[in-house]
Design a protein around this ligand. Structure first.
Ligand code: ADA
Length: 555
């Protein structure tokens, strides 16, 4: 399963993952040995490869022919793809979708091999030793489709209210991959209303975006308490015969920044959220749907209403679940804690911008995503870093004019970049990394932003706050790393942040304990980030009930 709804009724497709593939490691003591693994898969879930950093070949066979489109939802972290031994695609970054089309494939059995590589190197500016794990594997689904010469690439729906009536702007990209120009008819259906876009023409080997608007009378808005979703069905027809289709899902909702607030359909939102890594001791970053749903059930039990996808774009299946359950999402491109030197790696800017482009193209329609984030805790306190933030915000705003954008800073009173985002966001750890009283520390920081920076007057939120706690560890003095200390610290932190009138909300760092790179062992007990409210097996720590009570009190 790769979406919570059917994406095609005309286009033929099959999921190639969801069954056993052959896995063959490229290096190490088990090099060239064959293992059978269920995909999607991270090789770290196999005992022989729990700590393996290298290449691994995943191979499957399938029956097909004609014009084949392969869509890879995620390969961690660098992919090289071969069809019958011939290279057909490559991609960097574990967290975004890539695809390729292969023409004139003869009908019959074919072999697909995906070589995943999770090694660190100068060529990898985003995946590097860090306070989270860069896993290895075919970590998200792989889909095989048959596409016609002209086919639908994506459909973006932009809902907006005009005189209390819902309208949508539609943008649909069509590709013509044949050597001659093609004419076709385009048709859409939303909420039972069909729209005929008329006959269109597209030159050979070209792509084009078509635009239209439509208004609706009796549709329901997408609200957190009633997350009503609608399908948008697009069809391409040739001489009256449907030759391709694409179905996506959206919600009628608007996000606006009004003064120091963010509004969803005209109502100020209040964030009670968690930062969540895609991480699990049995699945690595390839969480199956049931594990995603179980995490969301815990988050709702805790009274959370939002998730921050720290620190990379998430699996669209997880975003589908957030859409369906009214859980707001801060989604961000892939970066964590990069220094100016890291950002000066010549691969950094192109790789970071590619993630933004792929993230927005694939996730544009998710109503749950209310804000885009970039470059968590990177060098926003330097002129060079600021120039990278500026470049990425302008790309983001070109791709999506409907959502605010921001970045989570840890630069305290040295940040130079608050003139760039729509929302000012800070990661702070009073009562953990230092023992400043939370309320005064927070207010002092807020006042500095108002007095000294171009972030004055913008919405202000805390995107990380928390403390470490080792599951099952207690001592009489409640020292740091005991569950007791974590619960006491979070109580102080949340009460201060959620009672501050200048703060529109909080993301707790973090939902669950997660694995980190071996290189981070020295300040991470168990070589894990232990600030989860639950441990890696989702077992609640003492802080769970503290957070639940505070979030519930704050309706
Ligand atoms: C930073 C960072 C997180 C995590 C956290 C911590 O704020 O954004 O990824 O490393 O610190 O646990 O210290």
């Amino acid at each position: 399963m790769f979406r919570m709804f059917t994406t095609h009724k005309i286009r033929k497709y099959q999921e190639l993952t969801g069954k056993l593939w052959d896995f063959v490691p490229g290096q190490g003591e088990h090099a060239q040995q064959t293992y059978q693994v269920l995909t999607p898969n991270c090789w770290e879930s196999l005992p022989d490869f729990a700590g393996y950093r290298g290449e691994g070949d995943y191979t499957t066979t399938f029956m097909a022919g004609g014009q084949l489109r392969f869509e890879f939802k995620g390969v961690s972290h660098t992919a090289t793809v071969f069809l019958d031994g011939k290279k057909i695609a490559s991609h960097y970054n574990a967290y975004t979708i890539f695809s390729t089309v292969v023409k004139d494939v003869p009908w019959g059995e074919h072999t697909l091999t995906i070589r995943a590589d999770n090694r660190f190197s100068e060529e990898s500016a985003l995946h590097l030793p860090n306070d989270y794990m860069s896993y290895g594997g075919v970590s998200r689904p792989v889909i095989l489709e048959n596409v016609s010469d002209t086919y639908l690439k994506w459909c973006h729906v932009t809902p907006y209210l005009e005189n209390d009536q819902w309208r949508v702007k539609l943008a649909i990209q069509v590709a013509n991959i044949s050597a001659e120009s093609k004419t076709f008819a385009l048709r859409t259906e939303i909420a039972g209303m069909q729209m005929d876009w008329g006959e269109q023409e597209l030159a050979a080997n070209s792509e084009k975006v078509f635009y239209a608007e439509q208004s609706f009378t009796n549709v329901q808005a997408w609200q957190q308490t009633r997350p009503k979703l609608y399908l948008v069905s697009c069809q391409l027809l040739s001489q009256g015969t449907p030759i391709d289709d694409l179905i996506d899902r959206f919600g009628f909702r608007e996000i606006k920044v009004v003064g120091k607030n963010i509004q969803l359909n005209g109502q100020n939102i209040r964030i009670k959220g968690f930062c969540r890594h895609e991480d699990h001791p049995q699945f690595g970053c390839a969480l199956p749907l049931a594990a995603m749903a179980a995490d969301l059930a815990l988050l709702k039990d805790l009274g959370a209403n939002s998730i921050r996808t720290s620190h990379y774009p998430n699996d669209e299946l997880f975003l589908d679940l957030c859409d369906e359950q009214g859980i707001l999402v801060w989604e961000e491109n892939h970066a964590r804690g990069l220094t100016e030197a890291d950002m000066r790696n010549p691969h950094f800017e192109p790789q970071a911008e590619q993630v933004i482009a792929e993230m927005v193209q694939a996730h544009y329609n998710h109503p749950a995503i209310y804000i885009w984030g970039i470059l968590n805790e990177c060098a926003s306190d330097t002129e060079y870093g600021r120039s990278c933030y500026a470049q990425q915000f302008s790309l983001l705003r070109r791709l999506d004019k409907t959502r605010p954008c921001s970045f989570a800073s840890c630069k305290f009173k040295t940040d130079k970049s608050f003139g760039l985002p729509d929302v000012v966001a800070y990661n702070i750890y009073p009562q953990w990394y230092h023992d400043a009283p939370v309320a005064t520390y927070l207010d002092d920081l807020y006042q500095w932003v108002q007095r000294e920076t171009a972030g004055a007057g913008k919405p202000f939120m805390i995107t990380e706050i928390g403390a470490g706690g080792l599951y099952g560890y207690h001592n009489p003095q409640h020292s740091k790393w005991t569950e007791d200390y974590q619960a006491e610290a979070l109580k102080k932190q949340l009460q201060a942040v959620l009672s501050d009138p200048n703060c529109l909300g909080v993301y707790i760092w973090q939902f669950c304990d997660v694995r980190v790179s071996e290189e981070w062992f020295d300040n991470r007990p168990r070589t894990m980030n232990n600030k989860g409210i639950v441990d890696e097996f989702r077992r609640p720590k003492m802080a769970y009930q503290v957070v639940k009570q505070i979030f519930e009190e704050l309706a």
